[in-house]
Design a protein around this ligand. Structure first.
Ligand SMILES: CC(C)(COP(=O)(O)OP(=O)(O)OC[C@H]1O[C@@H](n2cnc3c(N)ncnc32)[C@H](O)[C@@H]1OP(=O)(O)O)[C@@H](O)C(=O)NCCC(=O)NCCS
Length: 170
């Protein structure tokens, strides 16, 4: 199993080397910056001294207006990613989600949301199993730099899912 901890200043350079920088989910410095500003918590999974996954909790909620119109500032799990692929299906993604939910409980927040791409059937099934239910469709729009440093604009059709948290872990 992996150990999950909040990102520290010195982790950002390690993440940039180990977790694929061309990935749209990478942006480690930006996510850590949001944590420093109090808007997020950037969780990192570690195994044998190496980062093997990331998960940002955005306490100010999803940026998409379509989602905010329905769920307001419901906190959002964003950038959930386990790497390398050989480490998937070992419970790391589940551990991230449960850790994020525990952090929410600690803040007296009783719901958690996340967006999943409409083509990401397996991830959606995992979230459903963990108690998340679809609340609205939206288009996730963001920009990221590719391997050549060229800014790519993405518009990804997604479903936003929400779980109501009980006072203790299921
Ligand atoms: C989606 C993602 C984060 C899930 O992470 P993960 O670590 O593979 O998730 P888990 O291991 O907790 O659960 C995944 C599967 O393993 C199973 N599983 C969980 N713990 C397990 C264990 N101890 N032993 C065997 N299987 C286990 C789960 O039941 C689930 O079943 P599935 O294979 O039918 O889907 C990961 O697959 C990933 O990084 N995908 C690419 C990026 C992505 O799609 N991110 C999500 C964006 S919304």
């Amino acid at each position: 199993m992996a150990r999950i901890a909040e990102c520290r200043d010195e982790d950002v350079a390690v993440l940039d080397v180990v977790l694929p920088s061309e990935s749209a989910t990478a942006n480690h410095a930006q996510r850590y910056g949001r944590q420093c500003a109090g808007a997020g918590t950037y969780l990192i999974a570690w195994r044998d001294g190496r980062p093997v996954g990331t998960c940002e909790v955005r306490w100010d909620g999803c940026a998409a207006g379509e989602v905010r119109a329905v769920v307001g500032d419901c906190p959002e799990i964003n950038g959930l990613f386990v790497w390398p692929e050989s480490l998937r299906s070992q419970g790391i993604g589940t551990a991230f989600i449960r850790t994020a939910e525990d952090l929410a409980r600690g803040r007296g927040v009783w719901r958690m949301g996340l967006g999943v791409g409409e083509d990401n059937v397996r991830a959606a099934a995992l979230y459903r199993r963990l108690g998340y239910r679809p609340v609205t469709s939206y288009v996730d729009r963001y920009a990221h730099g590719d391997a050549e440093g060229v800014v790519q604009h993405v518009a990804n059709p997604c479903t936003f899912m929400v779980s109501t948290l009980s006072s203790h872990r299921e």
